[in-house]
Design a protein around this ligand. Structure first.
Ligand code: PMV
Length: 326
């Protein structure tokens, strides 16, 4: 009744912003992401008939009431699905410091899903695991399959799931993640996404997504890095255009975010092939091929105010490991 899983966080190249159905977390559009090797969650879950309640421990910090509730809700859904009555102990830790604005809900709920069902000895297909994780936190479904992952929008809970399009070994891409703010206060994405349709630009963005998705897939087939980079930057800017024109507007960037975006353009014009993408926070994900990581790191060293730099490569999806957290 005890199991441990590791799950990577992921960075979306084609992003998910807005739901068609909030109850089932069905997205407005399909999305595509890369699993990240250095920012991951490890979670141990143990169910026992002797436990009187669910107990959730976050190693090295604390969960807010809301975060704890989301975990216990997920445990409740697991019990319902497996017809179990036992409560659980959950211990979870991240490789990245909490509060630095790296979305931990993707890696967190993917690890909880895989560890929880394994602890219950309940075997689910990868597809069904991604569906369960999606119900806990949308982007978590993309942290379960290997490498470069497509989350199909679908039109029902059964058809909205994630699958690997390319294994993590397919292309030597790196995400050099620049942490620019250690004390980020962010509007939770669940809340922000509810107001997507108040932006006058959301429909325009939706119309462009299929074309961008095709371009990203072509870039992968051909390993065409500039096509990939141009498309993901355009996609990132279009998501933030929607965020910034929602009512009320969501401004996730700070001065250093904007400075880095401009520097990346400059470095590119000087011959370093690097592109940015940014999630619901101020941190900048610099996408480069592995062979250019060292030069990019040198350039980043000249920029003041950076809190930390984490060099990620593409990673496998969530999986069970034999060592438990207690
Ligand atoms: O899964 P959520 O509700 O944390 O939403 C994540 C949304 C973005 O990170 C902004 C984009 C994405 O597709 O990951």
């Amino acid at each position: 009744m005890k199991a441990t899983a590791v799950a990577p966080s992921n960075i979306a190249f084609i992003k998910y912003w807005g739901k068609e159905n909030s109850d089932f977390r069905l997205p407005l559009n399909s999305s595509f992401s890369m699993n990240l090797s250095e920012t991951y969650t490890t979670t141990t879950v143990e169910f026992s008939p002797s436990y009187k309640n669910d107990d959730v421990v976050f190693v090295g910090g604390e969960f807010s009431v809301r975060e704890t509730e989301r975990v216990t809700d997920a445990l409740g859904k697991m019990r319902e699905k497996t017809r179990t009555h036992s409560y659980a102990r959950v211990k979870t830790k991240n490789t990245f410091p909490k509060g630095t604005g790296i979305a931990a809900s993707a890696s967190g709920f993917a690890a909880l899903t895989v560890a929880g069902f394994a602890a219950l000895g309940f075997s689910l297909s990868e597809k069904d695991l991604t569906i369960f994780a999606r119900l806990c936190s949308g982007s978590a479904c993309r942290s379960i399959p290997d490498g470069f992952v497509l989350w199909e929008k679908g039109d029902s809970s059964e058809t909205s799931y994630a699958r690997s399009l390319y294994p993590h070994t397919y292309w030597d891409l790196s995400d050099v993640l620049v942490i620019v703010d250690a004390k980020m206060k962010k509007v939770p994405t669940t809340e922000g996404q509810m107001r997507v349709q108040t932006s006058p630009f959301w429909k325009q963005r939706m119309q462009k997504i299929p074309e961008r998705m095709k371009k990203v897939q072509t870039a992968f087939e051909e390993k065409n890095f500039s096509l990939l980079g141009e498309t993901i930057e355009e996609e990132c800017l279009s998501m933030h255009e929607v965020m910034q024109t929602q009512v009320p507007p969501l401004f996730y960037w700070n001065d250093l975010t904007r400075k880095l975006m401009k520097l990346i353009q400059t470095w590119r014009s000087e011959g370093l092939p690097v592109y940015f993408t940014i999630d619901a926070g101020p941190n900048v994900h610099c996408i480069v091929e592995k062979k250019h990581v060292a030069l990019l790191q040198e350039k980043l060293q000249t920029v003041s105010g950076i809190h930390a730099v984490i060099v990620n490569s593409a990673a496998p999806g969530a999986h069970v490991i034999p060592q438990h957290l207690w």
